[in-house]
Write a protein that binds this ligand. Sequence first.
Ligand code: NAD
Ligand code: UDP
Length: 329
Amino acid sequence: MHILVTGGAGYIGSHTSVVLLEAGHEVIIVDNLSNSKIETIDRIKQITKKELIFYQEDVTDEAAVDAIFSNHSFDGVIHFAGFKAVGESVEFPLKYYYNNTVSTMVLAKYCLKYGVKQFVFSSSATVYGENDVPFVETMELLPTTNPYGETKVISERILTDVAKANPDFAVSLLRYFNPVGAHESGLIGEDPQGIPNNLMPYITKVAKGKLEKLRIFGNDYPTPDGTGVRDYIHVMDLAEGHVAALEKLTPGVHVYNLGTGRGISVLELVKTFEEVNGVKVPYEIVGRRPGDIAESYADVSKAKAELGWTAKRGIREMCRDAWRYECGV
Ligand code: NAD
Ligand code: UDP
């Protein structure tokens, strides 16, 4: 298949591009490099020893998207491009609503114009809000407490309505839990600009001595050790989930949780990281971070039954590969 990967120079898109190329698909990446580096494109080629086509364009730019679609005959689109920093979305809501929803609308529009019938969308577990765990795809979505989360809910609705109006359009809404880790080579991984917001990149920077200590946001949650519980998933498992979703896609809307189904606390992750990598991660407990929920983990039975996909890599591999990448960059 010829697949357009938007945001393919980014963290999840680059790993998914590797898996797509290794599965024999043709990959065309469009990314404006607003949160990624051009070197990643070469690293993808280096890992896979395959060629790909790269466009440095913004997917909210209709003329640019039209030109890309007219140059190729795509079988499907995987739409990763978007902004993802929760805190920044509270500060600059328009930036987030604009980029994340307009990009989805523009891509859907040109899929319809050029007869591209398969669309895979990067959604997030954040759409579940404070539902009871484990989160199941059939749950009613609850308010997400931040504009970033709302852009995911809105994009899901836009794509659902487009599919309703176009019965041969096939949409897969993939709700990611907490992607961490890196490609086993250590050549590509998560490299946030500035001080990381997310736990794993913060841990690797503390272990490396680039940041003084981890601040653990709260130890008074109703969880076994009081710290927040999340369903961390190795980014390569997540990448493989996309290829499974794409290869099984049929008309209509299909929603899948991509997680491991297992909740891990902040303290458990820190301890495992220290043990696996033989390093220290100094930390202090501070107050809760506004907007955080106590627990988030997936019911993963639907993806297993319908896509034949389950996460294969455990928390130890996630810690090992995140550290490998940190040490290589
Ligand atoms: P990322 O920032 O590493 O990758 C996104 C890529 O999109 C970047 O390379 C950026 O330059 C590009 N981009 C952004 N806006 C663009 C635009 N208008 N036109 C072209 N390119 C654009 O983020 P990621 O972690 O790889 O996330 C990918 C997708 O998955 C995002 O939609 C994100 O919201 C979603 N998601 C991520 C997580 C996570 O924890 N990483 C969790 C759930 C969902
Ligand atoms: N967390 C933390 N310190 C940090 C970053 C995160 O204690 O510097 C905690 C956070 O409160 C949550 C978990 O780690 O319980 C995962 O947070 P992250 O931001 O990585 O993901 P999300 O909140 O989006 O699930």
